[in-house]
Design a binder for this molecule. Structure first.
Ligand code: 4AD
Ligand code: MG
Length: 480
């Protein structure tokens, strides 16, 4: 007796051997055909039951969502759509699923919106859509490691609890072991964190970059891939309070090399998904086509999902300076006709997602890397250009997503960095170790951060970031 996954069985020849399969019932037609899924593939295995040979009471328990084990011969399928099926000789119901309750989530996923399924996050993974998304997510995560490991990068685990604010944006979740009802106070009446667990204020990390820089300046090439946390009150389809970020950091790389790395890396992982998630991407592509049928013609995408992914692979990302981008935006129709919510008036303006999407989706019709942003709208650690007003920053902008990568060449000059930190009110005391790095063998180095969920969103075509992470954390929601 062999135990194999449904994915393996569907790829095999009809062996006419006895096998055992376990999974969850997707449908049971005519008291004869069970469609069984075990999560190994989006496909189901047809299990043919001669109902005359089974107890009626037993067959009644074969309902959608029930866990069952069947054994029987693997034979050629008489039906269409599969080459093999199993002739069931033994059937055991491992776990029943009450049909009345199950209906709500998995019986007819099409009839339930993604929003409703979000409230059933422990069960939504039983739907085809979430199965396809999460299998693809897993493959993408593997591809991330494969890319960096093949290219000589060291995987580095950066701390999750930190004392610093890597982005200097103040969007942190505090970590404290103090009694919230009765915290110790200092002489000014403020909470005295010297009496807290770490004897200082600590928070969940917003980025592993600063620590990754210290390791890059010893190991050469490093990358992180871990959870990051932001207490920004953004209720959008692209923001999470807890998300996974990939942050490569490379000694001696300048901004051009950084852009090359970002482009090469993204192409590698997207290609990996195309090659290794064919069935799931086909399903997701059709799902998207269905969804778009309800939209007006001009809101439908010009390319199907897999065409969009191939387009990314086959075309160079357009590299455009911030200054050029502002010129394009100023002259653009939506700006002239005041269709943008935020009108671009002058150089120095921060770009909103409407502007980024205009550049990518309407103007260039390709992924865009914007670089050399005004120093005033970017983080303290970015290298100042000789013009004294722009920094060596880069953002990779993607169709449908907007910013997928943010990165920069880092300020490697001690005095310049110190001045910038002081001007931007970043504590040089707190970050003494980061400044120290500029005293001992400092050199040009660069890196970037890619939001993993935004990559999964792009690859799977899902419109809302909450639907590409198992248990989304957003303002007002930490259920499960
Ligand atoms: O642009 P960000 O804030 O850059 C950094 O954190 C740098 N320290 C990265 C580096 O240079 N090592 O964030 C990087 C990326 C964004 O481009 C976006 O894809 C994603 O992280 N991101 C989010 N994804 C989901 N939800 C959020 N709230 C996100 N904030 C950023
Ligand atoms: Mg950014």
């Amino acid at each position: 007796m062999q135990y194999k996954t449904i994915d393996e069985l569907l790829k095999s020849e009809p062996t006419h051997h006895e096998i055992i399969v376990r999974g969850w019932v997707r449908s049971f037609r005519s008291n004869r055909f069970i469609a069984l899924n075990d999560g190994s593939t989006i496909k189901t295995l047809q299990c043919v039951v001669d109902f005359e040979n089974f107890e009626e009471e037993l067959l009644k328990k074969v309902t959608v969502g029930a866990a069952i084990e069947v054994s029987g011969l693997l034979v050629e399928s008489q039906g269409q759509g599969q080459t093999v099926e199993i002739q069931v000789s033994k059937l055991t119901v491992l776990g029943e699923a009450n049909p009345e309750e199950v209906k709500l989530t998995i019986l007819s996923p099409k009839r339930h919106s993604l929003e409703t399924l979000r409230e059933q996050a422990h069960l939504r993974i039983r739907t085809n859509t979430f199965g396809a998304v999460m299998r693809t997510r897993s493959k993408l995560a593997f591809a991330v490691h494969e890319y960096f490991q093949k290219n000589g990068f060291n995987y580095m685990h950066t701390p999750i609890i930190t004392g610093s604010d890597a982005e200097g944006a103040g969007e942190m979740f505090r970590v404290s072991a103090l009694d919230a009802k009765n915290p110790p106070l200092d002489e000014n009446g403020n909470v005295n964190y010297k009496e807290d667990f770490f004897e200082k204020e600590t928070n969940l990390t917003v980025s592993g970059q600063l620590e990754a820089e210290t390791y890059a300046m010893a190991l050469g090439k490093v990358y992180t891939f871990g959870p990051t946390f932001r207490a920004e009150n953004s209720n959008t389809s692209r923001h999470l309070a807890e998300f996974w970020m990939i942050e490569p950091e490379v000694a001696f790389n300048d901004l051009d090399a950084n852009m090359d790395l970002a482009e090469d890396f993204i192409k590698y992982v997207v290609n990996y998904a195309l090659e290794n998630c064919a069935d799931d991407l086909e399903f997701l592509e059709n799902r998207l086509l269905e969804e778009e049928k309800n939209k007006p013609q001009d809101e439908r995408s010009e390319m199907k999902l897999r065409e969009k992914l191939k387009f990314i692979l086959e075309n160079n990302f357009k590299r455009v300076s911030y200054t050029e981008a502002i010129d394009i935006l100023k002259r653009s129709k939506p700006n002239q006709k005041k269709k943008f919510k935020y009108i671009i008036e002058e150089w120095g303006a921060d770009l909103q997602s409407e502007h980024e999407r205009f550049l990518v989706e309407k103007h260039f019709k390709s992924p865009v890397i914007l670089f050399d942003y005004p120093a005033t709208i970017k983080a303290f650690y970015m290298r100042l250009n000789d013009d004294g007003k722009t920094v060596r920053a880069m953002d990779v902008l993607f169709p449908g997503i907007g910013e997928i990568v943010g990165g920069s060449q880092r300020e490697e000059r001690y005095d310049v960095l110190k001045q910038k930190m002081e001007a931007m009110d970043i504590s040089t005391e707190e970050l003494y170790w980061y400044l120290d790095l500029r005293k001992f063998g400092s050199a040009v180095h660069s890196g970037f951060g890619l939001g993993f969920e935004r990559l999964v969103q792009f690859t799977t075509g899902m419109g809302n970031i909450r639907d590409v992470i198992p248990y989304p954390r957003t303002p007002g929601n930490a259920e499960f």
